[in-house]
Design a protein around this ligand. Structure first.
Ligand code: ATP
Ligand code: RIB
Length: 294
């Protein structure tokens, strides 16, 4: 069982030819709402591949909350660990899309109702996990508390440190896998990527966009190439990578195989619109792995 402890958002997506400059108004081409949130996305990525997944999270008691929970259920995710806040609205992400690039503002709403006490209430449910996945869209004290709990329960944790502003240097002590992108890696460690990787062998995996991902195995740097593809929307590429990596580790893949599998899954996810729209099945990933598209 994979347990995701993290955010659920409704993504409010606007597509535009040009991002507006400061003080400017432009006309966009499309507005739509799609399910998102880094926690929900990573849960859907792992579940769509065939993983057994539960999510511990919080949504508002509103129409977005209802829709977001229905979406998780439709993806075969156990939502018994989700609370509905009567005080705060569901989290949303304001996403501007232009020419394959995105700019995102997240308003956490009910995601910030997740307290350390709530995690304690969920201890029995968390205990059954083979792996816990977290991101940084819930309060920092809750993340730290959950890391300590998982350490006590001997459950490995995959922490995707995004958005990196919420990173606390205590996290690394309790984290089995940390998966920043290049910018987040620099922001977190304040050093060049090579030095950071060498400080955390087999623990730090840096994603490199279309170039794939890399880690240090204690002796050498392992660069796992990405898969070439036609990009429609990269929103959720990192989430697909994390959900797929978690699934592969739980399936017993070694580190390199798991990174390769995650690259293949994430390359498929960018071919469709929306964070979850292109998340692939296991059969689709296996087909890409066999396709030699690197
Ligand atoms: P995002 O914020 O867009 O979800 P991210 O910034 O967290 O992503 P990236 O390093 O950009 O993380 O991408 C994560 C993974 O997605 C990469 O390691 C790679 O496997 C895959 N990926 C991203 N962009 C592309 C692309 N253009 N073509 C193929 N694979 C891609
Ligand atoms: O990683 C993509 C996600 O970040 C979006 O779905 C959005 O909700 C934000 O949390």
């Amino acid at each position: 069982m994979i347990t995701v402890i993290g955010s659920i958002n409704m993504d409010l997506v606007v597509q535009t030819d040009d991002f507006p400059k400061q003080g400017e108004t432009v006309l966009g081409q499309l507005y739509t709402t799609v399910p998102g949130g880094k926690g929900a996305n990573q849960a859907v990525a792992a579940a769509r591949l065939g993983g057994q997944v539960q999510i511990v999270a919080s949504v508002g008691n509103d129409s977005f909350g209802k829709e977001l929970l229905e979406n998780l259920q439709a993806n075969a995710i156990d939502i018994s660990g989700v609370r509905q806040s009567s005080k705060v609205a569901s989290g949303i992400a304001n996403i501007l899309l232009s020419d394959g690039d995105n700019r995102i503002i997240v308003v956490p709403g009910a995601n910030f109702e997740m307290t350390p006490a709530y995690i304690d209430d969920m201890e029995d449910q968390i205990r059954s996990s083979q792996l816990v996945i977290m991101q940084l869209e819930i309060p920092v004290p809750t993340i730290l508390h959950t890391l300590e709990l998982c350490s006590k329960l001997h459950i490995p944790v995959l922490l995707n440190p995004a958005p990196a502003g919420g990173y606390d240097k205590e996290f690394m002590r309790y984290t089995s896998y940390l998966t920043p992108n290049e910018t987040e890696c620099e922001q977190i460690f304040g050093t060049d990527m090579k030095t950071a990787l060498e400080s955390y062998p087999n623990q730090l995996i840096v994603t490199l966009g279309s170039a794939g991902a890399r880690y240090y195995d204690g002796e050498k740097h392992i660069i796992v190439e990405g898969f070439k593809t036609k990009v429609v929307d990269t929103t959720g590429a990192g989430d697909t990578f994390n959900g797929a990596f978690a699934y592969a580790i739980v399936e017993g893949f070694d580190m390199k195989e798991a990174v390769q599998f995650a690259n293949a899954a994430a390359s498929l996810s960018v071919e469709k619109f929306g964070a979850q729209g292109g998340m692939p099945t296991r059969a689709a990933v296996d087909a890409r792995l066999g396709s030699d598209q690197r």
